[in-house]
Design a protein around this ligand. Structure first.
Ligand code: ADP
Ligand code: MG
Length: 694
């Protein structure tokens, strides 16, 4: 028994012995607290159970009956419909499922079940399409009506057992749950007490109780996270003595002259915000968000040249070496007539060259350093570092961002991302940064013609088109979801592996052209060499995996074929497609996709319809979740316990506002918030590098 009853082992809950504790362990439920926070993954609203004759369209309702018929029908194209007929006291209702043949095994004549959902009238009968199902006797004899909670389970633990266990947990322990929120704050924001919240979320009498209970727990989760962000931001603002970098009309004009075009309105606005940051004396922590091709490089160069003009050094970090080299080439070209001393720091350098470069950086001789993130963080010492630009930093995560802060004088930090990020994700992942978005594109940019291609005939037409275009001098990317054949689990996957596709195309559809291959499992030299040959036009077609996703710039490449497009996230597809918006020729993107799963069709079609990266990101986020938008599946980056950024978007907005107000007004430092503060610091200190006392 520990002092804190909530930290006790799950075995303290009535009905949990060593065996059941082991099952719970598989769900990572070890303490009473873990159990309480194991919120229902959803609830079934069975408050409105009706006989079929009383059903209406458009409302969530439930029917209860006995299974009297189960059947399946094949449709064209390998699709199928399964149907289950219920006898509800002499009236009938049907459940139907599209492409889910498992349904036919799960139902048996004579079973008592509930169907819940929004029914539709079809050929004289009420039909529930993909209803929520509750089996009465096999699942939970008690759960006939009311709000039925549903939990994540593991094998050997049945739903009714989990529900009973939760009931015991709440009855025994909810009263011991501390409430860190001062009563006044709770009232102001219309929040239940935390013990009540646990009672209502696990044992709701109606949907309102459930929602209110859930809201409080989600609120806490998000509030604590936002408080941590607010604390970190305040710490930066307080500690950071940053160089004051003033821009003048002359400097401004000199920088603009480097580019053969006028800045777009979005670029102008970004440059102004950054110039203000740089002159403020407080370190800049700004995120620059812009779609592919919106011209972020220009803005980065501007920020860096302002610092160099003021006598400081600057660094630009890219996530990969390919990108570092590409940035180098762009910026080196832009600075062709300037005296700025610049160096490229990559793993390619010989030991001697590296030593010299590091010495130049240390002495301050090198003014502009371009490299990868790892290289710059580890062993590089700067003489006077004024600005750091981090490209595509969303690939790295919340924790790493703090590395540059601290010390006596901190550099200004500009983070850039070419992935438009939905607001709710931005508020978490980048919640401690100031945010600037460039929403316009340079003039004259063409929209890529995008088509979803199904079937062999479609593919033949696409290849014919590609051949004609390549013949006319253009280049093509062919993107595959997988690298190697031997990882493939099915014939389908095998066919879409980069190695297989490369082999097939170079001996088949594209045999008259020079076709090369690049993927992430190649060693660096081969990868760089392949990219270079493609950029120089030596190779005409490049078969690749998503290594070409970020930043790779080949203006003559105007064609892209993507295999199994439904396998990619929308944002990823958008990034990929961004590769062929670079030049003056019209771009064409062919999305090969034979899947007719509704979600796949929806996503691939979305790509045909819109070119707006911000819209695509929102759609992607809703369809696939945060991991895909950020191009990483590390959910450790999203340290939330119970909240779900998609579902709980409005609570997020509210909690964020409250958190920043509390911290910025100093109210959070008052004694009544002390318990909450301790909790926030404990929870996030390590992850976010928070100061000891907040
Ligand atoms: P991003 O990094 O945001 O994807 P880049 O900075 O690489 O975009 O710019 C994409 C292309 O657009 C580059 O070829 C660049 O020279 C060009 N460009 C940038 N800004 C402008 C502008 N204001 N007018 C015309 N072309 C521009
Ligand atoms: Mg770029």
């Amino acid at each position: 028994m520990t002092d804190d009853p909530l930290q006790n082992s799950v075995q303290f809950v009535q009905g949990v012995g060593p065996q059941r504790a082991e099952l719970l362990e598989r769900l990572e439920l070890r303490t009473v607290d873990d159990l309480l926070c194991h919120l229902p993954r959803d609830v079934l609203d069975l408050t409105d159970v009706r006989p079929p004759s009383k059903l209406e369209e458009g409302l969530v309702q439930t029917v209860k009956g006995t299974v009297v018929d189960v059947d399946g029908r094949r449709l064209s194209g390998g699709r199928s419909v399964s149907a289950v007929l219920l006898d509800c006291d002499g009236e009938y209702a049907r459940g139907s499922w599209f492409n889910q043949t498992w349904v036919q095994q799960k139902f048996q004549h004579g079973q008592h079940v509930l169907f819940s959902g929004k029914p539709k009238r079809k050929s004289g009968r009420w039909e529930f399409s993909h209803p929520r199902v509750q089996w009465l006797e096999t699942d939970d004899g008690e759960a006939h009506a009311g709000i039925i909670t549903r939990y994540g389970l593991t094998e050997g633990l049945k739903m009714y057992q989990m529900r009973r266990l939760m009931r015991h947990t709440v009855e025994q322990f909810a009263e011991f749950v501390p409430d860190q929120l001062p009563a006044a704050f709770r009232e102001q924001h219309q929040l239940l007490t935390r013990p009540d919240a646990f009672r209502q979320v696990h044992l709701p009498a109606d949907m309102d109780e459930y929602r209110a209970g859930r809201r409080r727990l989600i609120y806490d989760d998000l509030l604590e996270f936002q408080l941590a962000l607010a604390i970190r931001r305040r710490a930066w603002k307080r500690q950071d003595v940053a160089p004051v970098l003033k821009t003048s009309v002359k400097i401004d004009a000199r920088i603009r002259r480097l580019f053969p075009f006028e800045f777009t309105a979005g670029q102008d606005q970004a440059v102004r915000a950054i110039a203000d940051d740089l002159a403020s004396g407080q370190a800049m922590h700004r995120l620059l968000q812009a779609d592919v091709g919106a011209g972020k490089t220009v803005v980065a160069v501007y920020a860096m040249l302002v610092a160099i003009a003021a006598g400081y050094q600057v660094a630009l970090m890219a996530p990969t070496e390919v990108l570092a080299v590409q940035h180098w080439e762009t910026i080196d070209a832009a600075l062709a007539h300037s005296r700025v001393k610049r160096v490229l720091l990559t793993g390619q350098l010989t030991a001697a060259a590296r030593k010299q470069t590091l010495a130049d950086i240390k002495s301050g001789e090198a003014q502009l350093v371009i490299g990868t993130q790892a290289v710059i963080q580890k062993d590089v010492e700067f003489q006077r570092l004024g600005v750091v630009v981090i490209d595509e930093q969303h690939k790295f995560g919340v924790a790493q961002r703090s590395r540059f802060s601290g010390g006596e004088s901190s550099p200004h930090v500009l983070v850039m991302t070419a992935t438009p990020i939905p607001r709710s994700l931005c508020l978490t992942q980048f919640g401690d940064l100031d945010i600037t978005a460039i929403r316009d594109l340079p003039p004259g940019r063409q929209r890529v013609v995008t088509s979803r291609i199904t079937g062999q005939a479609g593919r033949n037409r696409a290849w014919k088109f590609v051949r004609e275009q390549v013949q006319a001098g253009r280049q093509a990317f062919v993107v595959c979801p997988r690298v190697v054949a031997d990882e493939a689990e099915s014939a389908d996957e095998l066919a879409a592996s980069a190695e297989t596709v490369h082999q097939q195309l170079s001996t088949g559809e594209l045999k008259e052209f020079r076709v090369d291959l690049v993927h992430g499992q190649m060693d660096r030299d081969r990868k760089l060499a392949a990219m270079e040959k493609f950029r120089d036009g030596e190779t005409q077609v490049l078969v690749a995996t998503t290594v070409v996703e970020v930043g790779v710039d080949v203006p003559n490449a105007t064609l892209m074929v993507i295999y199994q497009a439904e396998r990619f996230g929308l944002s990823q597809l958008h990034q990929l497609r961004g590769r062929i918006t670079r030049g003056r020729f019209q771009g064409y993107c062919f999305l090969f996709s034979d899947s007719d799963a509704p979600d796949a069709v929806k996503r691939v079609s979305a790509m045909e319809e819109t070119a707006d990266g911000f819209k695509i990101a929102e759609a992607d986020f809703e369809l696939r979740g945060p991991g895909d938008v950020l191009g990483t599946r590390q959910h450790g980056d999203m340290p939330l316990r119970v909240a779900d950024l998609i579902r709980d978007n409005d609570v997020l907005e509210e909690a964020r506002k409250a958190a920043f107000e509390l911290v910025e007004s100093g109210q959070f430092d008052q004694p009544d918030f002390a318990p909450l503060k301790i909790q926030v610091l404990e929870r996030f200190r390590q992850l976010m590098d928070l100061p000891q006392s907040g």
